[in-house]
Design a protein around this ligand. Structure first.
Ligand code: CA
Ligand code: CA
Length: 224
């Protein structure tokens, strides 16, 4: 009868693993809210490199759109959320450009896992580009402009899949005056804990039937 007890225990364990508890979203808007932030600044077309005050990671998390982090031409930044078990459900990025500056700046946005397996979601285009987005993967996630003005706000909503990493890659034109690429004034990412992986109902049933078969076999052998 030990085998039958094991079967009952397995079924009870499957029932306990069912999703039910609703997790509340986690906001990632500080350096501590990430396992790592990989920043590889590109160049500034006149200074050679991005100015020091624009290479400060904390500028994205100080609640002010007046301070910013510049990607630099061709530069990139990648975020791995903490805890890494969570899955990104959305993000908001504010880009700052002074109206009339003529600085046309844009960035490509990717989602991935553990800072790899990147899936391109689309492109964010700043105010001098008319504050627009290009959605390249609308089944996976959507992009939209959520605020117009010197600080253009872009909103990301994840629709399908699990991701713990987000990446922005500057794709600004390389011609122009004093260009240092896409400028991130404020950035935040929202995540949820991933649902516990449980067998599909059909698979769970097959597993139960299989275990029952094993138990019957064991009983038959014990009688023989
Ligand atoms: Ca800021
Ligand atoms: Ca810039």
């Amino acid at each position: 009868m030990r085998a039958l007890g094991f079967v009952a225990g397995s079924i009870a364990a499957l029932a306990l693993a069912s999703p039910g508890a609703k997790a509340s979203p986690v906001m990632h808007a500080s350096t501590e809210a990430f396992v790592s932030i990989a920043y590889a600044p590109g160049s500034n077309s006149t200074l050679g490199q991005v100015a020091a005050e624009r290479r400060v990671i904390g500028n994205m998390f100080d609640g002010s759109n007046a301070t910013l982090l510049s990607l630099g031409l061709g530069g990139s930044i990648s975020f791995l959320i903490a805890p890494t078990e969570n899955t990104i459900i959305g993000s908001t990025v504010f880009e700052l450009t002074n109206l009339g500056s003529g600085h046309k700046e844009r960035a490509r946005l990717f989602l991935g896992n553990d800072l790899g397996d990147w899936v391109e979601i689309g492109t964010l285009l700043n105010q001098e580009f008319g504050s627009q987005v290009i959605n390249l993967n609308p089944l996976v996630a959507s992009l939209e402009v959520v605020a117009f003005g010197p600080a253009t706000g872009f909103g990301l909503t994840v629709l399908e899949g699990s991701f713990n990493s987000l990446r922005l890659v500057d794709a600004s034109p390389t011609t122009g005056r004093n260009l240092d690429g896409f400028d991130i004034a404020t950035l935040s990412i929202t995540s949820l804990s991933r649902p516990v992986a449980i067998p599909e109902p059909a698979a769970a049933l097959l597993l139960s039937v299989g275990l029952l078969g094993l138990a019957m076999g064991a009983r038959a052998r014990a009688r023989a």
